[in-house]
Design a protein around this ligand. Sequence first.
Ligand code: PDD
Length: 287
Amino acid sequence: MGRIAYVNGQFVRHGEAVVHIEDRGYQLADAVYEVWALFDGKLADAEGHFARLERSLSELRIPMPMSRAALTIVLREAVRRNRISEGLLYLQVGRGVAPRGHAFPDQPVPPAVVITVSAVDRATSEAKAAKGVKVITTPENRWGRCDIKTVGLLPNALAKQAAKERGAAEAWFVDDLGFVTEGASSNAWIIDADGVLRTRDTNANILRGVTRRTLLDVLRDEGMKVEERPFTPAEAAAAKEAFITGAGSLVLPVVAVDDTPIGNGEVGPVAMKLRRLYIERARATAV
Ligand code: PDD
């Protein structure tokens, strides 16, 4: 973790960074967040993450804490102070501090803002990608507004822990219709038996992944066949390849679902190629 955090207007030492006990993000998960991948110290897919932040806040009627231009300056300053070039930037914006109560405070309070920056060892990530990861499936038990990127992540945290305990890196939620929605912290993809790239459509109860969006652009430019159409765990098990996307995982090959190997159980060529193409684009367009 970087040595410097930003908390409500100030850069402070990470170990001394604190929030108020009546921060509504802490008590009620009344807060949203964004995670940017950092390439060469720059924000990847910046526009997509800012747009989603603004949308998440507006859905919860929390004002932007400052203009997008000012926020960009603060985010960059957080990266600079931590001297991190390859990593992740976490931004949380909450409704603010008020005596505990479910309804919004009568008098609006300033939004609470926290930023942390952490380093990622790209060599370790590449080694992980080259090996591929396992996923498990778990019944969907989240609320109906997963399109809002809130910090209310308890089901995601429990699913991720269950995955970890079974030697997997991710858990895929499966809805009442028997279709995969998305991962606990990533979007889910397969290359089906017909060679079609498939991922859940954004009318479903999923987060509109920014990495997912950029990868769709990559696929279009490559002229690859893609359908935003649901798939079942059985279709994933019978798929040629599978992978997950997210600011943390980028494009990460999946080699087994619930211990059933996908394809020959090894990382597929398409997923690896898409990882490379995504990273090239994200690095080239980072700001
Ligand atoms: N997670 N779905 C969920 C539930 C997520 O939490 C994330 C990201 C994604 C992928 O979204 P994006 O491509 O915009 O990162 C999909 C972040 C990285 C996290 O919670 O750390």
